[in-house]
Design a binder for this molecule. Structure first.
Ligand code: GLY
Ligand code: MN
Length: 467
């Protein structure tokens, strides 16, 4: 098991404790989850908040911070002989607890008694929103609540306190994220080189890069998105044969053995050479990526950075003849959402969409910045003011989605900004997205990790080396 030093976890729990006056904070670790029959399980993934405060990367554990007693507990069972036969010897719960600075360990069956006493004393039990069926069942059993009523008892105070800590990355976390990007560097440079050879099936490339993630760390941080039909934003079908004239999107990242994520997207021309039409759109997206990064610093709302990227994209699309009119007026009318119907990025850390399990708006928005309900802009997952220590993604894109184009054109929507006749000729284009992972620093930002080729020249050079 991979762990930080025990002080890291003790410090985090102390910081969390200082946000509360009384009650208990309950962290349900993940259980195994079955695939197609009970004993055939998905690869185990621990809950990220449990990992953050208690570190232990194994199933069937529950962590508790008792605020009144100033004590931390881990409930979990020691392995029995059957477990040893099938899974090998394991440290005892006492030994595991000691690794993360928790003295009080007890059998899981004692958790019921502990919770019953807590309820009997009228003490508040804080828990995060459950996102797995198994969690819901466990909470239902422990708290005596109906599953559909759990949502009413989720602790907003705990959500806010956990977000406040986890959103600011510690130096040890940034090191881990950079390791995850190092793995992504290998995944993406491999994917770019493999796209130099037309005639391959996408799954050859997707499988190869997933194998790189598995061989260097824990896993991919989300299912690989790899397609010559990048206009479908999260395209997980990998059965197309790649051909010259197509752009291939690879949106993929890794998790380290400590479960910190990377999330990178690169888009390249199959065969290795951009044609003129591809160059125009690619450069527009690249400029949006670069301008957005330039604007990232503490105190700036990410919503504003999103619109800087959108305006830059529009300027490039005007140059390519796809859009027309005044770029600022077009961005004010949100005309870019025909081509970029998603947000600029999200927080990243122990989850690739960090903390999203507690509710996107608790992570991406606050009392000062509310989420838009407008088409496209509503998908902006992070809108709030940036602080030093945030790690976020910058991922502008441009997509030609035939069904969406048909809908807007039939409504003549925002026709003062869109050259529908030209757009018609791009319906076979696909999509482009360029994504980097960025740390907000005291004075600005730092693009994390070893640079992965992203200019037209850099990509053509790398692809030429593979032909
Ligand atoms: N890279 C996938 C996503 O951000 O949704
Ligand atoms: Mn992303």
């Amino acid at each position: 098991m991979h762990l930080f030093k025990e002080e890291v976890y003790i410090k985090r729990r102390n910081a969390l404790r200082s946000e509360f006056k009384n009650g208990i904070l309950l962290f349900i670790g993940n259980q195994e989850s079955s695939f197609n029959y009970p004993a055939n399980t998905y690869a185990f993934r621990q809950d990220s908040s449990f990992l953050y405060f208690f570190g232990l990367d194994m199933p069937n554990l529950v962590g508790v911070l008792d605020i009144d007693q100033q004590k931390d507990h881990i409930f979990g069972n020691d392995v029995d002989m059957d477990d040893i036969i099938w899974m090998g010897s394991q440290p005892t719960m006492k030994e595991l607890g000691a690794k993360v600075g928790v003295e009080n360990t007890a059998n899981l069956t004692q958790l019921d008694e502990f919770i019953n006493q807590t309820i009997a004393c009228g003490r508040k039990i804080h828990f995060l929103p459950p996102y797995r069926g198994e969690h819901k069942l466990q909470l239902t059993g422990l708290l005596g609540l109906q599953p559909y009523k759990l949502v009413n008892y989720v602790s907003k105070d705990l959500i806010r306190a956990v977000v406040k800590l986890r959103e600011i990355k510690e130096a040890v976390e940034i090191e881990e994220i950079e390791k995850a990007i190092e793995i992504a560097w290998e995944m993406h440079t491999t994917s770019i080189k493999m796209a130099a050879k037309p005639g391959r099936v996408e799954q050859e490339i997707a499988g190869t890069i997933e194998g790189i993630a598995l061989s260097r760390g824990a896993a991919v941080s989300f299912p690989v998105i790899l397609s010559v039909h990048g206009e479908t934003l999260h395209n997980h079908h990998h059965d197309n044969v790649i051909e010259v004239g197509q752009m291939m999107v690879t949106d993929a990242g890794a998790e380290t053995n400590m479960h910190y994520a990377s999330d990178i997207t690169r888009t390249v021309p199959v065969g290795g050479k951009f044609n003129d039409r591809q160059k125009g759109i690619y450069q527009a997206v690249l400029n949006a990526n670069l301008k957005a990064i330039e604007a990232i610093k503490p105190g700036v709302e990410y919503r504003i950075v999103h619109f800087i990227a959108a305006k830059t994209l529009i300027e490039g699309l005007i140059e390519a003849g796809v859009m027309k009119g005044d770029a600022q007026a077009a961005v004010d009318a949100e005309a870019h959402t025909l081509f970029m119907p998603h947000g600029l990025g999200h927080m990243m850390g122990l989850d690739v969409h960090d903390l999203e399990s507690v509710g996107e708006n608790f992570v991406g928005y606050d009392e000062k910045t509310t989420r838009s309900s407008n088409f496209g802009t509503a998908y902006l997952r992070l809108g709030k003011e940036l602080k030093p220590g945030y790690v976020l993604t910058v991922e502008p894109g441009c997509y030609f989605i035939p069904a969406l184009i048909d809908q807007w054109k039939s409504e003549n929507k925002l026709a003062q900004f869109i050259n529908y006749d030209v757009v018609e000729t791009y319906k076979d284009f696909g999509g482009i997205r360029i994504e980097d992972d960025v740390l907000v620093t005291e004075n600005g930002n730092r693009v994390l990790g070893k640079p992965i080729p992203k200019t037209i020249d850099e990509i053509e050079l790398l692809m030429a080396s593979a032909i």
